[in-house]
Design a protein around this ligand. Structure first.
Ligand SMILES: [Zn+2]
Length: 108
């Protein structure tokens, strides 16, 4: 299986908002699944943040999928092990208008 190394970070490309290049110190690897690497990137120019997934094929071709996000680098580790919000959770929340947003994701 192909692994990622530092030179693959060039495939992240420039900021999609302001077209500035990302500084290496603003790139953090969040999760590595062998041929797939998830990164969090902050733009020092416009302060946008991006979740980037790099996928390396068996031939070495790297595909880049980037999504603008409000999450910061610490949010990913904070939310990653929490239970997934289901349709039932949303309907329960919606049908109980007295509910506030406190600890909604911890109720089971
Ligand atoms: Zn930017």
């Amino acid at each position: 299986m192909l692994e990622f190394d530092k030179k693959d970070l060039k495939f992240i490309g420039p900021c999609p908002v302001c077209n500035s290049n990302f500084a290496p110190q603003n790139i953090k690897a969040l999760k590595n699944y062998g041929a797939t690497l998830m990164l969090h990137v902050d733009c020092s120019e416009c302060e946008s943040s991006l979740l980037v997934t790099l996928i390396k094929s068996n031939t070495g071709v790297v595909t880049n999928v980037g999504v603008l996000t409000d999450l910061n680098k610490d949010d990913f580790s904070r939310f990653r092990d929490m239970p997934v919000i289901t349709i039932s959770d949303v309907l329960h929340f919606d049908s109980n208008s007295y509910n506030t947003n406190d600890n909604f994701r911890n109720k089971k």
